[in-house]
Design a protein around this ligand. Sequence first.
Ligand SMILES: NC(=O)c1ccc[n+]([C@@H]2O[C@H](COP(=O)([O-])OP(=O)(O)OC[C@H]3O[C@@H](n4cnc5c(N)ncnc54)[C@H](OP(=O)(O)O)[C@@H]3O)[C@@H](O)[C@H]2O)c1
Ligand SMILES: [Zn+2]
Length: 377
Amino acid sequence: MSYPYVLLSAAVSLDGYLDDTGPERLLLSSPADFDRVDAVRASADAILIGAGTIRADNPRLLVNSAERRAARVQEGRPAYPLKVTVTATGDLDPAANFWHAGGDKLVYTTDRGAEQAARRLGTAADIVPLGPGLDWRALLSHLRDVRGVRRLMVEGGGTVHTQLLQQGLADELQLVLAPLFVGDPAAPRLFGPGGYQGGRLRLAETRRIEDVVLMRYEPTAPGTGRVPAAADRHWLRTACELAALCPPSPTAFSVGAVVVAADGTELARGHSREGEDPVVHAEEAALAKIDPADPRLAAATVYSSLEPCARRASRPVPCAELILRAGVRRVVTAWQEPDTFVAGADGTGILAKGGAEVVVLPECEEQAKAPNRHLVG
Ligand SMILES: NC(=O)c1ccc[n+]([C@@H]2O[C@H](COP(=O)([O-])OP(=O)(O)OC[C@H]3O[C@@H](n4cnc5c(N)ncnc54)[C@H](OP(=O)(O)O)[C@@H]3O)[C@@H](O)[C@H]2O)c1
Ligand SMILES: [Zn+2]
């Protein structure tokens, strides 16, 4: 299952509110920041908001800059991104601006909501029921596989942002902090209560824009079991970047590996043939940097750009076995080892037999193969 890159975008007051309770939308951002948001919209294939934001703010969700629209068209994309909303009730006002401007419209809803939405909207939007409830993973894979959306911008509100973050589905959070207070406990908050995965997010950037500050964060906590999180892709891409650092070899793959604790702390990283060791494998190199007694290993994930090896000529213990011996029970990889050097190698089988979950993220396969083109064509 592959998903689009999911970018959450929001502006908040100093006391963490998305809006006040007045009838007008509270302007939190500055003019230059609205222009930045316009550029982010232009970069997206689709923009999603919850039905609550349509009702509260009646937004158009356009790309306002004519140059940006022209650039999109030049790239062979529609002038405006697809506009997407989610609703359980189907209670959508057909007169809302959302339906009357910008790109194509798409409604994800439940089986029950679909009837109501169709009654209200007629042909103004494509309506996609996702079953008795709305499953975000089903929504994201539909967006990617059926609608071709590779980059999704989510512009709120808090109910939607909270779910995507709590379910580990956000790749990035772009948060603008506005220098004012709302001070009304009845106002909507950006993030609601509930279980958030992992510990600290990575701060990717801060930028002053007039009197507001943009902060870009990336969640880092791995998924659990077979269920991938957006952060799994981030770490696997990091492993692929490490693979590109390997000294090329005609007789061995270039592989990168990262070991990450359940709270998103990086424990170690490594790549094939690193340092003075001409035969070391990526997972082996990374695990060797961690104290074997580290209690975080039991709930850690090993990210390896290539499936961990099952047999190797250079050392007695293959990486799949090293991973199990380290106590790790979750492995995320981009592609399965081909028969280039070892016929029928089944690192995944060894890991599974040892009780480890192996997750393959095919969206990283190209990047993982890139430094191995001379071996696999
Ligand atoms: N400052 C900012 O950057 C910013 C951005 C956006 C919004 N806002 C503010 O946020 C407020 C609205 O936030 P909100 O949290 O009430 O609204 P929201 O997140 O936009 O929408 C919530 C609605 O979306 C639908 N929905 C959400 N999750 C769903 C699920 N899993 N399954 C089915 N339907 C689902 C439901 O619609 P139904 O009720 O139709 O079933 C739900 O009531 C407004 O005050 C707005 O001004 C601020
Ligand atoms: Zn190996």
